[in-house]
Design a protein around this ligand. Sequence first.
Ligand code: FES
Ligand code: FES
Length: 163
Amino acid sequence: MAKKLITVTVNGRKHEKAVEPRMLLVHFLREELNLTGAHIGCETSHCGACTVDVDGRSVKGCTHLAVQCDGSEVLTVEGLAQGSVLHAVQEGFYKEHGLQCGFCTPGMLMRAYRFLQENPNPTEEEIRMGMSGNLCRCTGYQNIVKAVQYAAEKLREQAAATA
Ligand code: FES
Ligand code: FES
């Protein structure tokens, strides 16, 4: 199949690559760029383990073609920390024990990252609904809710400090 040249900015770095039109975004990230944080947990677009941020929206990378991201800005879990400083969502999952096997975690973090920009002060119910595209087999979700609450509070404090 003829390849198409695309330019995608991933975690602030521009990549120009020739890809087959049928290549899924999650395979492009994992196999072409070696960004293996995003995982694959299903073939039916349910689990959300492949979630990344594309042009300011949470996207399931298994349900998106790499060619559709020509000219896009993509953020993956590898781009969340600033140097050695964890993003608030990473700190929240760590402090509140929001992960066990860690397989769902990159997708959970990327969803939490965007969800807290959509809704900076969510109720527990809004968190559960806002994260409902992401499945976890280990935690029972309870500590993930606490992790997102922790991150929300930290982000509000950071926003207040810079206001
Ligand atoms: S791999 Fe399950 S939703 Fe993408
Ligand atoms: S921590 Fe194992 S699937 Fe969520």
